[in-house]
Structures are given as structure tokens and as C-alpha cells.
Design a protein around this ligand. Structure first.
Ligand SMILES: Nc1ncnc2c1ncn2[C@@H]1O[C@H](COP(=O)(O)OP(=O)(O)OP(=O)(O)O)[C@@H](O)[C@H]1O
Ligand SMILES: [Mg+2]
Length: 281
């Protein structure tokens, strides 16, 4: 039976390449430099959250890694293949990387099962029965097998996002990139979706990189936190290493870049703690 394979972690193997290697990455939108000198490595099997203020470049970075955006300078290497304009590079991204978006991006006119079987039949050339078995296996994994014959509009946001996660899994990817997957969900569904991402990382060994606004949530769901501000990576460490002071600095940096240092300093005195606990004096 066609299934999703466990990916043994390569990170600890001596000399193993990381699944993502980004070197001196710069990107502009017109005159505006959105990403500035980003250096970043992510090991196979890691679960990483990227957080930072709105506009800091989190989505753009993720979109560059799955080649929805092109970068102008530096290198992005995914699973050993450098992303560039060659067709091979797009093929690698399409086969190795699954994307999950804030807005689910399901086909409204197709049932859940049809949403999940479309790519396996067209791209992986599976027979309908094989594709359906795979889809049902994944719906069990995300705990909504009973929703298989409904249409997206008949599902809750949390259920739709779990279908989107299952759809990202049908291609048996090595890497899942999730851009604010819980932004439109209530706390109950947020937990269900984040737990689903946690399980696919643990059960399949799939590397998960997730953008999140909420630092509190980021802290509880990852072993490694990457903080972005004004197009740069300004923090890379464990949730424990991100002290209140570091978090204030992360959010203050972005404010300073946008409004000037003086305005940033004034703002920060009045603003609540970004971690949801009283700010350090
Ligand atoms: N296609 C585009 N053309 C021009 N500017 C863009 C484009 N996409 C994003 N930007 C700008 O790039 C900056 C970074 O945007 P991006 O969406 O990556 O930020 P973000 O950290 O994901 O923010 P949020 O937390 O609000 O989702 C913003 O200033 C945004 O306005
Ligand atoms: Mg974003």
C-alpha cells in the first residue's frame, strides 16, 4: 500500500547536510529590501517556529524556501539542491516541500477526499483506489476520517486546516512549511492544528517550519525559535533562551527600524510585555 514513510533524522549523522541551508540571502520588492543577509540552517527532523512582528519578513522567507518568491542574492539549498531558475529546482521543491497556508487554500467545489486525491492521482500517478486509501490514512492521522465526503464549506476552520495538512502530506514531503496556520482559528482549533503539526513531525520525522505571530504559542510548540525583525534573523535559540528582555528587543528592533530609534524607545515603555507577563523593569 502507498503510504507516508518515516524519515530518519539525518541531523546527527556525521557530515550530514541540513535539509535547508540559507546563506547571505537578500531579497527586494522593488526598492524595498525585505530580507537582509539571512544565514540559517535547519536540520532534518527539526521543528522550528519563526516569529517576529508583522512585516518582519517571515512569510517572504518561507515563500522563498518553497520558491513562491525568488531571491536576488545569496543561496537557498533544499535537500541538497540549490533553488534557482532551473526546472530541477522547482521539481525538488514540488516533491519535497508541502505548504500549509493561513487561508487553507482548499478547492471549494471538491469534497475533502477529492481535495486529497487530486495530486496523488495526477502527480504521483496513483490509481484512484490507492489514492483514496492514502487520503483516508492521512485523514485518520489528522483525526477527521468522518469528514471525508463533506465539502470545505461544511467544515470548521480547524477541520479545514487539518485537511490542508493532510493534503500537504500526500506527496510524502521531507519538509512542511506552515505560514500562520492558526491565524484564523479559535484557541480550541489552534491547539488541535498545532498538535497535528507536532505529531507529523514526531511520527514521520518530517521537518516542520511554522510562522507564528504569538510568542507564547511559539514557545510551547517548538524546540527552536527563530526571531525576525526588519528582514533580519535577530534571535536563534531555544524558547528558554528567549528571555523577556530578548523578546522586548526583538519587537523593539522592528519598531525602531520602522519609526526610528527614539520613537521605538518611547513606544516600548508604554507597551505591554510581548510574552504576556509583566515586562522587566
Ligand atoms: N509582493 C509584495 N510586494 C511588495 N512588498 C511586499 C510584498 N510582500 C510583502 N511585502 C512587504 O514585505 C514586508 C514583509 O512582508 P511579510 O509578509 O514577509 O511579513 P510577515 O513577517 O510575514 O508579516 P505578518 O506577520 O503580518 O504576516 C512587508 O513590509 C510587506 O509589506
Ligand atoms: Mg506573514
Amino acid at each position: 500500500m502507498v503510504s507516508i514513510h518515516y524519515k530518519p533524522p539525518m541531523a546527527e549523522a556525521p557530515g550530514a547536510d541540513p535539509i535547508i541551508r540559507i546563506e547571505a540571502l537578500d531579497k527586494w520588492f522593488g526598492d524595498f529590501q525585505v530580507l537582509r543577509g539571512i544565514d540559517l540552517s535547519v536540520g532534518s527532523g527539526e521543528k522550528v517556529v519563526i516569529c517576529g512582528p508583522s512585516g518582519s519578513g517571515k512569510s517572504t522567507l518561507i515563500r522563498c524556501v518553497c520558491r513562491l518568491e525568488r531571491h536576488q542574492r545569496g543561496r537557498i539549498v533544499v535537500d541538497g539542491y540549490e533553488l534557482n531558475d532551473e526546472t530541477r529546482s522547482l521539481a525538488v521543491v514540488r516533491s519535497e516541500v508541502g505548504m500549509v497556508f493561513q487561508s487553507f487554500n482548499l478547492f471549494p467545489h471538491l469534497s475533502v477526499l477529492e481535495n486529497l486525491t487530486l495530486a496523488p492521482m495526477r502527480v504521483r500517478k496513483l490509481a484512484p483506489k490507492e489514492a483514496q486509501d492514502l487520503a483516508m490514512e492521512l485523514l485518520v492521522r489528522v483525526r477527521i476520517p468522518e469528514q471525508a465526503h463533506k465539502y470545505p464549506a461544511q467544515l470548521s476552520g480547524g477541520q479545514q486546516q487539518r485537511v490542508a495538512i493532510a493534503r500537504a502530506l500526500v506527496q510524502d514531503p521531507d519538509l512542511i512549511l506552515a505560514d500562520e496556520p492558526i491565524a484564523s482559528l479559535d484557541p480550541h482549533n489552534t491547539k488541535i492544528v498545532m498538535d497535528a503539526l507536532r505529531r507529523i513531525n514526531r511520527d514521520f520525522g518530517i521537518t516542520v517550519i511554522c510562522n507564528l505571530h504569538s510568542l507564547e504559542l511559539a514557545r510551547s510548540y517548538c524546540g527552536r525559535l527563530i526571531g525576525m525583525a526588519a528582514g533580519r534573523v535577530v534571535f536563534d535559540g531555544t524558547p528558554e533562551q528567549l528571555t523577556e528582555l530578548e523578546a522586548q528587543r526583538l519587537y523593539g528592533l522592528d519598531r525602531d527600524a520602522r519609526h526610528g530609534a527614539a520613537a521605538g524607545a518611547a513606544d516600548s515603555a508604554a507597551e505591554e510585555s510581548v510574552l504576556g507577563v509583566p515586562a522587566l523593569a
